[in-house]
Design a protein around this ligand. Sequence first.
Ligand code: HEC
Ligand code: HEC
Length: 217
Amino acid sequence: MKLLNALFRSPTARPALVASAALLVSATLQAATPAAPAFKADIARGQQLAAACMACHTADGTRGAPANPILQGQHPEYIVKQLAEFKSGKRRNAIMQGLAAGLSEEDMKHIAAFYASKPAPKGFAGNKDTVALGEAIWRGGIKAKGVPACAACHGPAGSGIPAQYPRIAGQHAAYTEAQMNAFRLGERANNAQMMTIAGKMNEREIKAVSDFAAGLR
Ligand code: HEC
Ligand code: HEC
């Protein structure tokens, strides 16, 4: 106290003391104000980053070659999950693992926002002979085998349920079929539900439901 009084009385010490008190106040204020604003996905940034993807997924994620999934209109959380799992190796694919390796979590969110901002694809079923079987499985599953209805999780119209269940409607039938077989054989092992479901189905059932889903809208 004696020291403080002495300081306040001393004409030379006072300005320094006032300055350090001001510093203290401003430091307290800074700590109270919120840090960086919450992350916001940037569609324009996503489009720039997606230039690296267009050779296979087209410029805006629409219908390209059947082996390459359509990304337009897909739920952004699902896209981010897949990119993160390609990067970590949880979902195995040599091409996509290499591409995802260079993306940060923020990059993935920008890219996902870009594709999700595009209208969902309108597809078509290609095989009349299997539509009835495909529709029955989509809407009702296969009771005798304990296969649940796809519609229960992916929606009656196949548009998925954000954020967990991806859109399947309008996807290339060949891609859907390949993923179902990959789940069935354990080659795609990043989702236990789908591995169990596909594991109870045969190739004919998978082909039929994949073709039916391609035509859903
Ligand atoms: C050389 C071709 C090629 C390039 C370039 C490419 N992809 Fe892919 N992508 C594929 C293939 C093939 C698959 C399907 C992989 C599989 O069978 O599991 C795929 C799958 C995906 C999936 C999973 C979709 C789903 O429905 O599950 C996402 C998301 C994706 N790619 C995003 C990207 C992004 C983002 C880029 C650019 C940074 C990119 N891809 C570049 C070929 C490519
Ligand atoms: C209990 C819920 C549930 C049911 C029922 C279900 N799915 Fe799925 N499905 C999922 C989830 C969750 C994913 C996302 C997996 C991931 O995150 O990688 C998925 C992913 C998929 C994918 C991969 C999509 C892509 O873009 O790569 C296909 C194809 C698919 N499901 C088809 C079907 C079909 C066909 C049926 C009916 C026979 C079906 N699902 C029933 C939950 C379900």
